[in-house]
Write a protein that binds this ligand. Structure first.
Ligand SMILES: Nc1ncnc2c1ncn2[C@@H]1O[C@H](COP(=O)(O)OP(=O)(O)OP(=O)(O)O)[C@@H](O)[C@H]1O
Ligand code: SF4
Ligand SMILES: [Mg+2]
Length: 322
């Protein structure tokens, strides 16, 4: 069974000039222990998808329809308090800026102990022991001393390790990590991603890893979902999606990755820009930029359909034109 099921998720922002539909019929699942990457251009809907799962959509944004299930239990319509409990205990979150997850007024040990004791049946001494162990597991040197330090006493990279420890403190089944290394020094980004992968794999926690970085996806993930204009354009096993993209948008994204072994001709960006939410074209949202668009693409919107080993929302994979 899937650990997480996102089914036909629609997220809207009601406004004075009408309602903006930011996520439009997003569906995917994550298996226990699996690492799912989510990529796509800025504004594609990656963060909104993550925020919907952890129950932190900011009003007036709201889930207008669809469902989110954790081990078969609906979590998109829970009362605030219940969702808060699930968020600590069963789903952990890691954001771009470690400081948004840490309280500057408390030591990291106090924050870890509080999370541990809120969710797990252990006493204060055991909780502190666990806190120190978590810091060790996330590669913080001198964890016995560091546990009593405040967030500002850590470097950016060390702070993000603390956030990873905090996200894992209650032994959640799923971690939602939204660009967890973007705010960090380039030289330590790979280390933090490797740590995240290692520590989640050893604990059997699944990860939804949102990133712009296709290289990170290739090295880290089991499957990848490519998002475009609030929808999933393609989803499948990471090596299939990278090596044999079925959706022309994915193909364009892959072509835009700098490839050291070949000459620079591969460095061609996809022409044009992703449409604003107020101006999503009819039919396939990618059609104005798509080198392979044909008549049907301008009038009918494709849903995900089987495309070899992956699934793609593209009419090129429709069995027989209707
Ligand atoms: N509060 C809001 N009101 C109106 N529209 C919003 C709001 N928050 C997000 N959006 C819109 O929803 C869309 C998706 O946003 P989201 O933050 O999920 O993108 P993203 O894929 O995470 O992009 P990035 O890579 O830049 O982080 C964007 O077009 C954005 O303009
Ligand atoms: S449906 Fe048409 S426009 Fe959209 S990606 Fe496929 S070929 Fe291109
Ligand atoms: Mg984002």
């Amino acid at each position: 069974m899937s650990l997480l099921e996102v089914q036909n998720l629609v997220v809207e922002f009601p406004g004075r000039r009408g309602t903006l539909r930011a996520l439009d019929d997003v569906s995917f699942s994550i298996a226990p222990g699996e690492i799912l990457g989510v990529v796509g251009e800025s504004g594609a809907g990656k963060s909104l998808t993550g925020a919907s799962i952890i129950g932190l959509l900011e009003p007036p944004g709201r889930v207008a329809s669809g469902r989110i299930l954790l081990e078969g239990q609906r979590i998109d319509n829970l009362p605030h308090e219940q969702m808060r409990h699930i968020r600590g205990r069963r789903i952990g979150a890691i954001f771009q800026d470690p400081l948004t997850s840490l309280n500057p007024l408390y030591t990291v040990g106090q924050q870890l102990v509080e999370t541990i004791r809120t969710h797990l049946p252990v006493n204060a001494a055991e909780a502190r022991q666990r806190a120190v162990q978590l810091l060790k597991d996330t590669g913080i040197p001198a964890a016995e001393q560091r546990v009593d330090h405040y967030p500002h006493q850590f470097s950016g990279g060390m702070r993000q390790r603390v956030v990873i420890a905090l996200a894992l403190a209650a032994e959640p089944q799923l971690i939602v990590a939204d660009e967890p290394t973007t705010a960090l020094d380039v030289s330590i980004q790979a280390q933090i991603i490797q740590l995240l992968k290692h520590i989640c794999t050893t604990r059997g926690a699944a990860v939804m890893l949102i990133t712009h970085d296709m290289g990170v996806i290739a090295e880290t993930c089991d499957r990848v979902a490519v998002m475009y204009a609030g929808r999933v354009a393609e989803i499948g096993p990471v090596h299939e999606v990278i090596n044999h993209p079925a959706h022309p948008y994915t193909a364009g994204l892959m072509a835009s990755i700098p490839d050291m072994e070949h000459d620079r001709e591969r460095l061609n960006q996809i022409d044009g820009a992703m449409p604003r939410l107020t101006a999503i074209p009819e039919g396939c949202a990618f059609n104005p930029r798509c080198p392979r668009a044909f008549a049907r693409c301008r009038v009918a919107r494709p849903d995900l359909m089987p495309a070899g080993p992956t699934q793609a929302a593209c009419w090129l994979h429709a069995e027989v034109a209707a």
